[in-house]
Design a binder for this molecule. Structure first.
Ligand code: NGQ
Ligand code: ZN
Length: 456
């Protein structure tokens, strides 16, 4: 058993002071007083001033880390999400499994250093550039699993079903071919990957979007899933064009249509859900599904702003994701989630209903939604759950004079240096003094991959 003396710990719901955080050799939290333990068997791993729950990254396309900052040159006054997407397709065409492993390993090291302790990898880069399955059809998935394993981040792999180019049923274009799978091949892929599950790897599934899979196929796949509690994610209503096309095809808005046709429940995560009417806001909240908000990517791609206030009023669940990785920082996602609302409403402290700390309210929502969205028993730091937590750096200027009343607000709203000093995942010490031990080697491999990828 390991134990850490903590001055103040926010468990994701409430504060505990002078707390002894204990975890067993299998990496789950135990309460010091409720267990008899031999003092000699306890390995004390130092002290901490401030401890917060690790943050779940609910939405990632790892390969896009390598193109962050490379699509910011104007080619036309009409540059948009859809022109960015063409650029992203061109970039993705050159990637092989080894590249993806190097990129993902770097990314996951960065995520851990920033305070993300788990990641939902929304993975659709299945085949080679011509759309042919690799000799081992799971090669790309294996690259992601290996990267997560190397870095020590908790992974939920979401193989993505992607079959058509739009609501009208058009075929995948040349650049989308490597994303495609027949329904049978996809179910085989899920089966093969399920064998890779472990205490830190879970396999769920995703539909790329309502654009990319038809209703009958969605039903067929859901009915064939052996584990009805596995997470199901999909992109939805991120862009107005999707709403317009969905209305034209189905006579309903995307979220309304989904809720009407499928039994959406707490196992579902709706990614973005930017464009909602009031009925859809209430409908998602009622369903118990989580919304994965990715404010830095949503801003970067010009998506729009999520109606957070109305969603909170309806008791909706949400978490955050770094999606295209233009930013790899839970702090920046949470900060911009709040700031977007301030800018619309010209008011302050929008992510909280009633009095109290806005930062805490944001972090509490992330902790609360994590277990269902990630499909692992993470989130609030309580007995029996994995010891996935962050130790803040009490030496930082942003934390001088902090009290439990303001510590999380300082974490979320103050400064630009990550305040994370140490990170534990399943009780494993993966970031030490702000650095991941693999950072140097990950950087070298990433630099090599980038040289190769960007060479003319
Ligand atoms: C993706 N990304 O699959 O990577 C998407 C863009 C699409 C975001 N939606 C492609 N942020 O939605 O068709
Ligand atoms: Zn996405």
């Amino acid at each position: 058993m390991k134990a850490m003396q903590v001055h103040a710990l926010f468990d994701g719901a409430q504060w505990r002071s002078s707390h002894t955080l204990c975890w067993s050799s299998d990496g789950s939290l135990i309460t010091a007083d409720s267990h008899r333990w031999e003092p000699r068997a306890v390995n004390r791993v130092g002290e901490a001033a401030w401890v917060l729950p690790g943050i779940a990254n609910l939405h990632s396309h790892a390969f896009q880390r390598a193109m962050a900052g490379l699509a910011e040159r104007q080619a036309s006054d009409e540059d948009s999400f859809w022109t960015w997407r063409e650029w992203m397709y061109r970039f993705s065409a050159v990637l092989a499994p080894d590249d993806v492993r190097a990129i993902a390993r770097m990314l996951y090291v960065e995520m851990l250093e920033a305070g993300y302790t788990s990641v939902c990898e929304f993975h659709y880069l299945h085949h080679d550039a011509d759309g042919r399955p690799y000799a081992t059809p799971t090669a790309m998935s294996e690259a992601l699993i290996a990267a997560a394993d190397d870095a020590g981040i908790r992974l939920t792999l979401l193989p993505v079903l992607y079959q058509r180019g739009g609501f009208d049923g058009r075929a995948l274009n040349e650049r989308q071919r490597r994303f495609g799978n027949s329904t049978d091949a996809f179910l085989r892929l899920l089966d093969d990957l399920r064998a890779r599950e472990s205490s830190t790897v879970r396999v769920g599934m995703a539909f790329h979007s309502l654009r990319a899979v038809d209703e009958a196929t969605m039903r067929e796949v859901l009915a064939a899933l052996p584990d009805p509690s596995a997470p199901v994610h999909l992109h939805i209503a991120e862009q107005q064009a999707e709403v317009v096309d969905c209305l034209a095809t189905h006579g309903a808005r995307p979220v309304a249509w989904l809720l009407d046709h499928f039994n959406v429940d707490q196992h579902w995560t709706l990614v973005h859900a930017t464009h909602l009417d009031d009925g859809e806001v209430r409908g998602i909240a009622r369903s118990g599904a989580t919304v994965a908000l990715c404010p830095s990517t949503e801003a970067n791609l010009g998506d729009g702003l999520f109606p957070l206030r109305a969603f909170l009023a309806a008791s909706g669940r949400f978490g955050v994701g770094s999606d295209s990785h233009v930013s790899v920082s839970p702090v920046e996602e949470l900060r911009w989630l709040e700031y977007g609302q301030r800018l619309i409403e010209q008011k302050r402290n929008r992510a909280i209903l009633g009095e109290g700390s806005t930062g805490e309210a944001l972090l509490a929502r992330c902790a609360e939604s994590a277990a269902a969205a990630v499909g692992q028993p993470i989130g609030v730091l309580e007995d029996g759950r994995p010891a996935d937590f962050l130790v803040l750096d009490a030496r930082e200027p942003s934390l001088q004079g902090a009290t439990p009343r303001d510590a999380v607000d300082r974490f979320v709203f103050s400064g630009n240096r990550p305040l994370v000093r140490d990170v534990f995942v399943g009780g494993r010490h993966v970031v030490v003094e702000g650095r991941h031990p693999l950072r140097e080697s990950a950087q070298a491999a990433y630099a090599n991959a980038m040289r190769r990828l960007l060479s003319p």
